[in-house]
Design a protein around this ligand. Structure first.
Ligand code: ADP
Length: 369
């Protein structure tokens, strides 16, 4: 049979003649979870790379073999699902990796018809990994009160601008209403403008609320490479989702720094997210995250992308608050990043990437400096 993982393959679950067939292989490739397609005997007919990696196998090692090889002998409860009409209930079962280790996973099978054959599509979620991810997110959201002070000053300034604009638009509308040759369109336009500024204010306030929800964490000695690697994990999914190829080269040695781990991770996450977003409309999407020791007992981290480079209009105010060229951007990511790095006696800057794109870099003092 053809492999469902081939790019040309497509599935037609219950598809009526002439209906557009969803491309299952594309869906499988794009999925963050593991997906496996079994036949009625439990033979793995196809699976995505995510699923194979979850169990520590290469795709070709598992295709055509029994799904039972991926579960401990004691647990073959998944077989209950491989019968016509079995409900696609999620259940927690044990998974068995190639190295013999066992991990908790969530499994659900749904039956579909494919080219006259009955197949069972199983969604596999690694619960141990989810636990780690949630912990990471929790840490990232933890304790950011020190930044609120920074934010508040800029915020007072920034709120003044839209509030002044709202006042001006309302004044203009009132004056216009008093005039004899009144243009209703003009008044509506002014009110729309005022409305847009109100929206802007609410966005700024929402953003502040997010910061207030976080707290403060102390600085401690950390291996920067490990901190950067964890931050990279947080954004792996985003990079993959946008087809960005990421290279990680954490060569700094020594790499001991005294930092607030959560905040430095936040900086790396901000830079990586910006890089991914910048490459949305280019063909070559490559990101390189690297660390190395540089002169002055400093350790340097670079996040390089192959995007279009910095827009001319943001260059002068790149690290200032509320600088953004994104329709829904708030322009706080880089300013917060700068606050964090400077609070660690470091420096952050951006330069053009020689091969095209941008490199954001920051340096931090090494712990033994
Ligand atoms: P936001 O992401 O909300 O726009 P940031 O402070 O993170 O705010 O970024 C400010 C602006 O800097 C972005 O809107 C974008 O124009 C520009 N920028 C940031 N990173 C990059 C990058 N890697 N490549 C090109 N432009 C970037």
């Amino acid at each position: 049979m053809r492999s469902l993982s081939s790019p040309e393959s497509s599935f037609a679950p219950n598809a009526a003649e002439g209906e557009r067939r969803p491309d299952l292989s594309a869906m499988m490739a794009a999925a963050f979870d593991g997906i496996v397609a079994l036949d009625e005997r439990g033979t793995m007919r196809s699976l995505n790379a995510e699923a194979a990696a979850l169990f520590g196998y290469a795709l070709q090692e598992v295709i055509g073999r029994d799904f039972g090889m991926l579960t401990p002998e004691s647990d073959c409860s998944y077989r209950d699902h491989l019968r016509p009409g079995a409900p696609g209930i999620r259940r927690r079962v044990d998974g068995l990796r190639k190295d013999g280790s066992i991990f908790p996973m969530e499994l659900s099978f749904n039956e579909i018809a494919c080219d006259g054959e009955r197949l069972f599509i199983g969604l596999i979620r690694d619960l141990s990994r989810r636990g780690r991810f949630e912990q990471g997110v929790h840490e990232l959201q933890a304790n950011r009160l020190d930044l609120i002070e920074n934010m508040a000053a800029g915020l007072a300034h920034e709120l003044k601008q839209p509030l002044t604009a709202i006042g001006a638009y309302l004044n203009f509308a009132r004056r216009h209403l008093k005039e004899k040759n009144l243009s209703v369109e003009k008044v509506i336009e002014m009110l729309d403008q005022a409305d847009a500024q109100v929206f802007r204010v609410s966005e700024i306030m929402d953003n502040l609320r997010q910061f207030i929800a976080r707290g403060e964490t102390a600085k401690s000695p950390q291996n920067l490479n490990a901190v950067v690697r964890t931050a990279c994990e947080f954004t792996d999914a985003l990079a993959r989702q946008h087809d960005v190829k990421t290279t990680i080269d954490l060569a700094a040695s020594p790499d001991m720094v005294v930092i607030n781990k959560v905040q430095i991770q936040q900086v790396v996450v901000n830079l990586k997210r910006n890089a991914v977003e910048a490459m949305q409309n280019v063909k070559r999407r490559e990101m390189r995250v690297s660390t190395r020791v540089v002169e002055g007992n400093l350790v340097r981290t670079d996040v390089a992308d192959t995007g279009p480079g910095l827009p001319e209009e943001v260059k002068a105010r790149l690290f200032a608050q509320f600088t953004t060229t994104k329709p829904h951007g708030l322009g706080v990511g880089l300013s917060i990043s700068r606050s964090i790095i400077e609070a660690h006696s470091g420096k952050i800057w951006a330069e053009p990437n020689p091969g095209g794109g941008t490199v954001f870099s920051f340096v931090l003092p090494l712990a033994d400096a």
